[in-house]
Ligand binder design. Structure first.
Ligand SMILES: Cc1cc2nc3c(=O)[nH]c(=O)nc-3n(C[C@H](O)[C@H](O)[C@H](O)COP(=O)(O)O)c2cc1C
Length: 497
């Protein structure tokens, strides 16, 4: 088992982040053992409740949405929680934990709005061996009619209160499972955090009608000529799930998220992790593809990490979040790109243009020369700026260039796609001479040079904004990073060069 995929979440050690979602692939001890044997890092058991809770399932209770080429795209169920007595579940939890002590076993519980019942089902589940609990605030059909499941999850005050009851009764991590059938999923998620949850699982199924039988005009799945809205899952729900996981991650940084919805392959799982999930559940996936689907999840994710040079799955949790912004900002970014392109063209057309302008459009920071004494440390520290979302849309690329080894023409070229210079005395001279059309220029000198005063004057004379700062050598890398970050943020990129 690859250590790259191992991850610790809320104190739980997962061999890999792939977890069976609550449902048919976790409906008894035998099938849960099968999941662990196949290599899943965790299992969320099928939801259970105290034995006197009425659970009467109907047939048929599943429906599929297929593409024109007959591929499964979406899946709907009107299945209730487990109809096995809770005492049976206590035996099953013990049996699974004894057989697979290495696997993370998460009990899923649902109850009516009653403190005693929630605390009892929670405490007995943990007593029987569950490593963590998932609170089902999200089943969209059947139980909401009596105030349970999604009916609770749609009321943040109840989510907060019930989560607090459970957290008071047990000392294992508690995840609240969110319903997507709500306008703003961050409200119940934040309420769960206030109630003491360690994290949330998102999402449960989306309330849906899978189709209508055109011969009988009856909705599907049809039970005695009738149907009820059910829960939609599988690939088709992934875009909605990714949006909701990202929204929770943005609203509650540091709060763990178990991403669920439409995970059919490693690509889907990686996407969930990139938007903020630290574990990923799949329910309809193993139902339709079998438990062995985890092999592709593992292999595909390992290949992805290797390809991008990531050492650990933890390194990619939320990695794509900085790239979500407002539509307004997208418009600004595009306008800025257009302006830059026009400026580039103007510049290329000008008399000074004797070199390739293709890369003008991005912001770069360059460490110049070999004279910086803590060389590697400085570059590593500056690299931490890469990928950071600056409010003005600036993007930082750090290139470690031995300036003195470059030809004159290459020095000019290197200057051309750089707005921020970090380097020893004289580094910015070329920049000033050859880039007078730049709106903003940041120069950081790493040898205590006073030449920046000269460049300041030059930039002022050219009507550009200028930021200059001197550092003594060796450099205090973290100080440099914060100065550069501040300087980059202060650049007015809306002005043409
Ligand atoms: C047939 C079926 C039964 C389910 N039963 C439960 C359940 O008992 N408790 C629960 O929390 N979620 C249940 N779910 C929801 C899944 O755990 C999961 O949140 C949802 O299906 C979305 O993930 P997926 O696209 O990987 O299936 C069920 C889903 C299906 C398809």
């Amino acid at each position: 088992m690859s250590s790259k995929l191992a991850i610790e979440v809320d104190g739980l050690r997962f061999q890999n982040p792939f977890v069976i979602g609550s449902g048919p692939p976790s409906t008894n001890a035998k099938i849960m053992n099968k999941a662990f044997a196949a290599g899943w890092g965790g299992v969320v058991a099928k939801t259970t409740a105290l034995t006197d809770t009425e659970v009467v399932n109907v047939q048929p209770r599943y429906g599929k949405l297929r593409s024109k080429s007959r591929d499964n795209v979406g899946f709907q169920n009107i299945e209730l929680i487990s109809d096995a007595p809770f005492e049976k579940w206590e035996d099953w939890f013990k049996e699974v934990k004894d057989t697979h002590p290495e696997g993370v076993l998460i009990g899923s519980i649902m109850e009516s709005y009653d403190k005693g019942r929630w605390q009892e089902v929670a405490a007995r589940s943990v007593e029987a061996g569950c490593d963590a609990l998932e609170l089902n605030f999200s089943c969209p059909h059947g139980h909401p009619e009596s105030g349970m499941g999604a009916a609770m999850g749609q009321d943040p005050a109840q989510v907060r209160e019930v989560t607090a009851w459970v957290c008071e009764a047990v000392n294992v991590p508690v995840w609240a499972k969110m319903t997507p059938n709500i306008t703003d999923i961050t409200r119940p998620a934040l309420a769960a955090r206030e109630g003491g949850a360690a994290g949330v699982s998102a999402i449960n199924t989306i309330l849906s009608c899978i189709g209508i039988n055109l011969k009988t005009l009856r909705p599907l799945p049809t039970v005695e000529g009738h149907s009820t809205f059910g829960g939609y899952s599988y690939l088709a729900v992934k875009p909605i799930a990714l949006r909701m996981v990202a929204q929770i991650a943005q609203a509650a940084p540091g709060f763990s998220i178990s991403g669920i919805g439409g995970v059919t392959s490693s690509t889907d799982a990686i996407e969930h992790i990139l938007v903020g999930a630290s574990t990923v559940q799949s329910c309809t996936g193993p139902m339709l593809q079998g438990m062995k689907m985890v092999s592709e999840l593992i292999e595909g994710t390992e290949a992805f990490l290797d390809e991008h040079g990531f050492d650990s799955i933890s390194d990619i949790v939320g990695k794509s979040l900085p790239f979500f912004t407002t539509h307004h900002h997208l418009v600004e970014l595009q306008q800025e790109k257009r302006r830059r392109k026009e400026a580039e063209k103007r510049f290329c057309d000008s008399a000074r243009s004797f070199f390739d302008c293709a890369k003008l459009g991005h912001l770069g920071i360059r460490k110049l020369g070999r004279s910086v004494r803590n060389d590697g440390e400085v570059v590593r520290a500056l690299k931490s700026l890469e990928g950071r979302a600056f409010p003005n849309g600036a993007r930082v690329t750090v290139r470690d260039v031995d300036y003195s080894s470059l030809s004159f023409e290459d020095q000019i070229k290197t200057n051309l796609d750089t707005d921020v210079m970090v380097g020893p005395h004289g580094a910015g001279l070329m920049h000033n001479i050859f880039m007078p059309d730049r709106a903003a220029l940041v120069e950081l000198f790493i040898d205590g040079s006073s030449a920046n005063r000269h460049f300041h004057n030059l930039a002022r004379w050219q009507g550009r904004s200028y930021y200059g700062s001197a550092f003594s050598n060796p450099v205090r890398a973290q100080q440099l990073v914060s100065v550069v970050a501040g300087a980059v943020s202060s650049l007015d990129l809306s002005k043409p060069y």
